[in-house]
Ligand binder design. Sequence first.
Ligand code: ZN
Length: 104
Amino acid sequence: MTEIETKILKVLHILETKREKLSDEKFLEYCKVVKKNILKAFEERKLTKENAKLLLRRTNNLLELAEKKEEMKKIYRENLKICPECGMKNTKNANFCRYCGHRF
Ligand SMILES: [Zn+2]
């Protein structure tokens, strides 16, 4: 096993097991960095095609999860209306703030 492979495996393991310790943004960022490093190592022939494929599959699984979560957050944000009076979150189609009664 090459040095870079050991390093990538270590980071992947951290990303897979300690996900909750990272913010969503950091998690996504690290996944992208790992992916870039796998591709680079493969180009530099420090990884075999089979190993690169396996590592990429694991990284892509993590990336997919992270992106799905970001997407959900975006949808959630888009469906909210912030009350200018009290700053609380209301649903987009609300006519009145459900916290302070402010009319939108
Ligand atoms: Zn309000």
